[in-house]
Design a protein around this ligand. Structure first.
Ligand SMILES: NC(=O)c1ccc[n+]([C@@H]2O[C@H](COP(=O)([O-])OP(=O)(O)OC[C@H]3O[C@@H](n4cnc5c(N)ncnc54)[C@H](O)[C@@H]3O)[C@@H](O)[C@H]2O)c1
Length: 512
């Protein structure tokens, strides 16, 4: 049986055994003792994913008025085969995520190797020594099928297990700051009771030591401003009691740039949790609106992007109209409206539906079928057609492929027996499609392409010149522009080179 964890670069890291566990425990206790003597408080970040790993270094980088680190940070990553590799990789000072933000590797190098106040571990003793635990583990929502978001549900078993581990280990006065996006009601109705149940088992008097639980959600954007979107950004928070609120305010004020981006405190954690999922539902709904109108525009000779620009001139009310594309992906917008709807029904037992929010998820999830339809308008039979997909991550200039619309696109094309080859600037290994090779060399993927799909708007693709692309293909491919890549000028150039052109929301192409 496999006893190693495979890193994206192919390196195998052996999972820790009992002996190493003993050594690791001693090491964490030794480091903690040393750091406490330096007057530093101990923070443990639970979950070193896209959010947790960068939040951890932002905390480690926080300094007091003398420029000294305020905290020592243990990053806790459970030792699963899928994710354990992050621990040894981080401990060399290398981030476990790919990003176009140069500050990410700089912070890892600074905190791990220079200041030496951040270290990753898999050992639960990191919770025993913590003054604050920041929870950044995942909590998923499942949809039975695309187009059935209203039947989506949230399996909180894994999240509950994570909270139980904390209840079994933390000191009674440790603050738990939940940053995971959770269904409203989670801190009050799930986290606090679990922690106090475990406290009682440990003989802790919960009247004297009620669980200290706060919620503050991340608005991180893992692109060019990854670090800044955590540190230099507005934060909303609340707590299950006054002490939790006070501790959360103090912690967030130490770590974030609250001078320029003041904190917003809400009445209770239900409100803070609701703010997060409503914020993302708003975004998902905004995009869904543009996707529907993009399809309308295509039928009536209209460029939806010019329409959008015209509407956005109404500053203050309409300038945040988002734009259509291949579809909506990522970990958040695809699930957060579902979490909210599930919470209303299952956590609060209210007989109602957040229909606008869940319908937006349905529209967004099914959008990649539209790109397949666009291709079929020109090439009705896709069997054995060579199709090149440029961009497999869910967003421009990031390497995150979770719930990427390109995944749905590739799956649909293959169901039509097309020959699909994929390229990305940031992705080497497509975890969701384990067998899939993602190429980084344009020459390889374009050779012989009969259809080129400009799927994701990575900056690097913007420089591709029409004549160069056509030369690399050696054909006159059908070009599908999913992200408003191409100016009218470039579209004309492609047409002059003999290419057929289509684009999401670009109904004016025929007339150019
Ligand atoms: N990715 C984003 O852009 C983003 C933005 C805002 C909010 N969020 C929210 O933040 C949360 C985390 O998201 P993410 O993208 O970092 O997820 P992720 O899946 O990348 O990371 C979660 C990590 O936690 C680890 N983990 C899970 N259970 C654990 C446990 N019990 N102990 C220790 N480690 C554990 C996993 O192995 C994984 O490495 C989610 O709720 C998400 O909705 C994400």
């Amino acid at each position: 049986m496999q006893n190693f964890s495979l890193a994206p670069d192919g390196t195998e890291y052996i999972l820790p055994n009992e002996e190493q566990s003993k050594i690791e425990r001693e090491e964490i206790l030794r480091i903690t003792e040393e750091q406490k003597k330096l007057g530093r408080k101990i923070v443990t970040v639970q979950g070193l994913g896209f959010v947790g790993c960068v939040m951890a270094v932002v905390i480690a980088d926080a300094v007091d008025e003398n420029g000294e680190p305020i905290y020592y940070v243990h990053g806790h990553q459970r030792p699963s085969k899928r994710s354990f590799w992050k621990v040894p990789v981080i401990n060399t000072g290398i981030p476990p995520v790919n990003s176009s933000d140069k500050e990410v590797p700089e912070l890892f190098e600074r905190c791990v190797n220079q200041k030496k106040n951040f270290r990753a571990t898999w050992h639960d003793v990191a919770y025993e020594v913590a003054d604050v635990v920041v929870v950044d583990i995942q909590l998923d929502a499942t949809k039975p099928a695309f187009g059935e978001a209203e039947k989506g549900y949230c399996d909180i078993t894994h999240f509950r297990d994570g909270m139980r581990t904390l209840g079994q280990h933390i000191k009674p006065d440790c603050l738990i700051l939940v940053e995971t996006t959770v269904p409203p009601g989670t801190c009050q109705k799930i986290v606090k009771p679990i922690i106090e149940e475990e406290f009682i088992k440990r003989g802790i008097n919960i009247k004297k030591n009620p669980a200290l639980v706060a919620h503050s959600y991340e608005r991180v954007m893992p692109g060019a401003k990854y670090v800044s979107s955590i540190r230099d950004f507005w934060r909303v928070f609340s707590g299950v009691n006054e002490q939790s609120k006070t501790l959360a305010r103090e912690f967030l004020s130490n770590v974030l740039n609250v001078e320029n981006f003041p904190l917003t405190e809400l009445d209770n954690t239900n409100a803070s949790e609701m703010a997060k999922v409503m914020e993302n539902s708003y975004r998902a709904t905004n995009i869904a609106l543009t996707l529907e109108w993009a399809r309308f525009a295509e039928k009536v000779d209209v460029d939806i992007f010019k329409v959008r620009d015209a509407i956005r001139k109404r500053k203050g009310t309409h300038d945040n109209l988002l734009r259509p594309s291949l579809g909506v992906g990522g970990y958040c917008l695809t699930k957060d409206p579902v979490l909210a709807n599930w919470s209303m029904k299952d956590v609060f037992e209210i007989d109602d539906t957040l229909s606008v929010a869940v319908n937006s998820v349905n529209i967004n999830d099914t959008m990649p079928t539209h790109t397949v339809d666009l291709i079929k308008e020109e090439i009705p039979e896709l069997r054995d057609v060579n199709i090149t997909v440029l961009g497999v991550s869910y967003l421009e200039d990031v390497g995150d492929t979770r719930h990427s619309p390109s995944f749905t696109l590739v799956r649909l094309l293959r169901e039509n027996w097309a020959e699909v080859i994929c390229h990305d600037v940031y992705v080497e290994f497509w975890a969701e499609l384990e067998t899939e090779e993602v190429h980084n060399d344009l020459d390889t993927v374009l050779k012989g392409a009969e259809v080129v799909i400009l799927a994701v708007g990575h900056s690097a693709y913007k420089d591709i010149e029409p004549a160069d692309l056509v030369k690399k293909c050696g054909t006159k491919p059908l070009i599908i522009d999913c992200s408003n890549f191409l100016s009218d000028e470039k579209i004309k150039q492609y047409k002059n080179l003999g290419c057929k052109m289509k684009g999401v929301g670009k109904g004016h192409i025929e007339n150019l």
